[in-house]
Design a protein around this ligand. Structure first.
Ligand code: UD1
Length: 346
């Protein structure tokens, strides 16, 4: 059950990083469900053309403040201009390799901005926060599917550590506050694109992630896909992940927001896995892509990539029951949409 449309009219929701991959799809989902999303983005890892595409998809003007949420005057500007009901916080740097080379950029940018955001939310009396976390907090779990009760493991990169630290900061500062209500969403591997093929993932430079590399390779923009390791202890030797369509992920943010808005008591904190609940190996992704699109994937086998784990996929029981949310789109549909997006931007 979604909240009734009328209850949400004019409810302003701030999306930090709203021009990015997940942020832009969440913008569309919010808009379709009667909210008024407001974007703050510094376009460090997104393109200006996204804004025009959001206007096309939603048929309405986009409210946007161009600026860095590490700058307190930017947050003052947003919170004093709009009566904000809730914040969905995506803005963060996310390149694992870069975080190893330049950890301070990640701690300053991801952790520093989250602290400032929490301070400003308290200053302006804003209650509801949805935080963009990652399944990376589990490392290689002992048992699969991984539930929210599994222990958080030492992070394998500064990027992963920023997600763990931010979760802790949000939980502790929420519990110490009078009014905050917040949730962390631990995403598994987001892929796919909006059905319109007007928005999708736009990695700058060679993609590190599987699906954008695969689609660029099939499009002839890159060489063959490199499969990082075929000697994992899995049925076909390649590593297993839980791939989730970005539109399913976007809808999870709405459900999380509505869950927070419905909580009568504050402070309040909770956290959820957001995945499809299915594990797929790299070879299974390739097969599903070929089936969904009729295109052949050329690949080469390489050594394992440093820092990769063997297998992770989500138990989604908690998010299914508590948020009344479930991923609806299949792996094949996600890959078909990723390919339609790749063809649209060729
Ligand atoms: C990676 C990050 C993770 C981050 C997530 C964001 C690492 C180690 N982890 O997750 O912290 O939250 O992206 O989306 O970078 N693969 C290939 N060839 C490729 C690319 C990937 O075989 O060219 C394999 C990988 O070895 C892995 C799977 O495909 O088994 C998925 O890789 P990827 O899309 O990079 O995601 P993760 O490594 O799960």
């Amino acid at each position: 059950m979604w909240l009734h449309q009328g209850e949400l009219a004019y409810m302003n929701i701030l999306i930090t990083g709203g021009a990015g991959f997940i942020g832009s799809h969440t913008y569309v989902a919010l808009s379709e469900h009667g909210y008024t999303p407001i974007i703050v983005d510094n376009f460090a890892n997104s393109r200006d053309s996204v804004i025009g595409q959001l206007v096309d998809i939603t048929g309405s003007a986009v409210e946007i403040i161009r600026g860095d949420i590490n700058d307190p005057t930017v947050l003052d500007q947003v919170f004093s201009t709009y009566a904000i009901e809730g914040v969905i916080h995506f803005a963060a740097a996310k390149a694992v390799g870069e975080s190893v080379e330049n950890p301070l950029k990640y701690y300053r940018n991801n952790v520093g901005a989250t602290i400032l955001l929490l301070e400003k939310m308290q200053e302006y009396g804003i209650q509801n926060l949805v935080f963009s976390s990652s399944c990376t907090v589990y490392g290689q779990p002992d048992t699969l599917p991984v539930t929210e009760n599994s222990p958080v493991m030492k992070a394998l990169s500064p990027y992963g550590n920023t997600k763990q630290i931010c979760e802790e900061i949000i939980e502790e500062s929420t519990r110490a506050s009078q009014q905050l209500k917040s949730v962390s969403l631990r995403y598994f591997n987001p892929i796919g694109a909006h059905k319109s093929a007007k928005i999708g993932e736009l990695p700058l430079g060679p993609p590190a992630n599987l699906v954008p590399f695969l689609t660029q390779s099939v499009a002839g923009l890159r060489g063959p896909l490199q499969i990082w390791g075929t000697d994992y202890p899995t049925s076909d030797g390649t590593a297993i992940r839980d791939y989730i369509h970005v539109c399913d992920l976007a809808e999870a943010h709405l459900k999380a927001l509505e869950y927070l808005i419905k909580q009568e008591k504050s402070p309040f904190y909770d956290y959820f896995n957001i995945g499809s609940g299915e594990g797929s190996s790299v070879l299974q992704v390739i097969q599903a892509f070929e089936k969904a699109t009729g295109k052949k994937v050329n690949y080469e086998i390489r050594e394992r990539r440093t820092g990769d784990i063997t297998s992770v996929y989500a138990s989604t029981d908690k998010s299914n029951k508590t948020l009344d949310w479930k991923a609806k789109r299949s792996l094949e549909e996600s890959l078909k949409d990723a390919w339609a997006w790749q063809e649209a931007i060729l």
